[in-house]
Design a protein around this ligand. Sequence first.
Ligand SMILES: *[C@@H]1O[C@H](CO)[C@@H](O)[C@H](O)[C@H]1NC(C)=O
Ligand SMILES: *[C@@H]1O[C@H](CO)[C@@H](O)[C@H](O)[C@H]1NC(C)=O
Ligand SMILES: *[C@@H]1O[C@H](CO)[C@@H](O)[C@H](O)[C@H]1NC(C)=O
Ligand SMILES: *[C@@H]1O[C@H](CO)[C@@H](O)[C@H](O)[C@H]1NC(C)=O
Ligand SMILES: *[C@@H]1O[C@H](CO)[C@@H](O)[C@H](O)[C@H]1NC(C)=O
Ligand SMILES: *[C@@H]1O[C@H](CO)[C@@H](O)[C@H](O)[C@H]1NC(C)=O
Length: 427
Amino acid sequence: MFMFMKDYMCLVLVFTWFATTTNGATTISPAGRSYSSSVTINNKLYVFGGDPFGVIGTSQTLYLDISLIGTSNPWYLLTNIPARVSAANAVFDGNKTVFLIDHSIVYDYDISINQWHQTGANGIIPISRTQATAVIDNNGKIWYFGGSNATTNIYFNDINYFNTITYSWSLGSTVNAPTARFDMVSIFLSNGLILYIGGVDANLNYIDMAQIPIYDTIKGSWSSMNASGDIIQGRELFTAVLAPDGNIIIYGGQNIKNSPIPVMANLNTNTSPYKWTSESLSPHAPQYITGHVAALNGSHMIIALGAISKNGTFDLSQNNAFVNNLNYDIYALNLQTNVWSVNSSTAVTPTSTTTPYIIGAIVGIIISVVVVIVCVLGFIIYRRYEKRKKDKEIILIPGSRNDEIIQKPGSRDEAIPTPGSDALRQI
Ligand SMILES: *[C@@H]1O[C@H](CO)[C@@H](O)[C@H](O)[C@H]1NC(C)=O
Ligand SMILES: *[C@@H]1O[C@H](CO)[C@@H](O)[C@H](O)[C@H]1NC(C)=O
Ligand SMILES: *[C@@H]1O[C@H](CO)[C@@H](O)[C@H](O)[C@H]1NC(C)=O
Ligand SMILES: *[C@@H]1O[C@H](CO)[C@@H](O)[C@H](O)[C@H]1NC(C)=O
Ligand SMILES: *[C@@H]1O[C@H](CO)[C@@H](O)[C@H](O)[C@H]1NC(C)=O
Ligand SMILES: *[C@@H]1O[C@H](CO)[C@@H](O)[C@H](O)[C@H]1NC(C)=O
């Protein structure tokens, strides 16, 4: 009898596991979009707004668990942002608040209670823009630089900062400021420097990736770095993550004039000048992907969302160049072994360095399968035993995960369709 009870508990555990994978939260599938902003907090990749299915702006807040990318990885829906946002900027204050800057409005999102709020920021409020970039420093100041206004055709080179303690805006230094630009990326280094890489200038030319404007948040001054190393073609809408060893890894993006070769590159910030190294792609890497989001989970770089193209150029004479090519795959690059996986670890190419993990995984899978078989057999035997003994019914729990997933029929309905919106945003 004790043995059967144990098996019954085992089966309950399996069902519980299925149920908790959706956590009772609403999930969305597929979550295709570009121009989202994102932050990573405790192994969760939070995604804010973006352009889903050919419309500009959604109010959706999503998250993806990046501690383990698997075929069952759902995108969870959280509370909606109080506005539809696209090409905005999100930063995390390191405590429990995400700040989302859209045009010139700041929203704050308390992750502990899943609640949004539009702040009434004061001070010198920046002129409305999109396609700017923002990072937060160690003193709770968010640095908001560049951007464009497609309506007024104004491109910006001002650096503004939002103080997350006082909720007020100020203007940073204008001395030696770089030229106006948009769709670049920014990285905050632990020494207080912000690097601005790539993007597009006011003449709609791609910026030289080796010419890196630097803002010193401690001194409040601009300088510029001419990086050495490999030639990296100019691009926009790419991603950059800072690895703990001081290397910045950039991925993808687009250049509608020349293919932005290479797809992936590494900027070493430990050398002077900084040094670019072009990275080769191992199997299962995404090819050209643009307007996506990227995250680090400690050991892997995760790439999700955005749009795919053959060579990093988009034929903008076609409407919806992004929409027809949205990316639904979730990629993870092991930074130690340079092995990519897609959606799950099953696509991993075995190499000598990963062999112990592969063996571990195989052993794990075999053990799991055996455990499940034992549970099911045990349960069946227990059921028959009980039925024969007491003729008592045991109610099976319908553990199908699909029961718990509410398929949200796209955000098409809630957002404003804007034909040709892609072209508006690109050069
Ligand atoms: C990062 O994600 C990968 C891929 O899902 C996973 O194998 C790895 O364990 C994760 N690492 C951490 C530290 O969460
Ligand atoms: C984190 O937020 C709480 C609540 O707003 C605040 O009391 C606490 O001081 C904050 N901690 C830090 C390190 O800023
Ligand atoms: C462009 O500027 C106009 C006028 O200031 C403003 O209404 C609009 O929201 C701005 N657009 C963007 C994308 O910031
Ligand atoms: C950057 O450095 C390279 C040599 O490493 C030099 O050829 C080039 O002219 C420099 N560019 C600028 C703008 O200083
Ligand atoms: C990129 O590929 C498309 C077709 O897929 C082609 O029309 C275009 O010329 C290519 N562009 C470059 C710069 O190679
Ligand atoms: C990854 O998952 C997405 C969403 O479920 C699916 O559309 C796609 O085909 C999968 N890709 C691969 C390579 O399995």
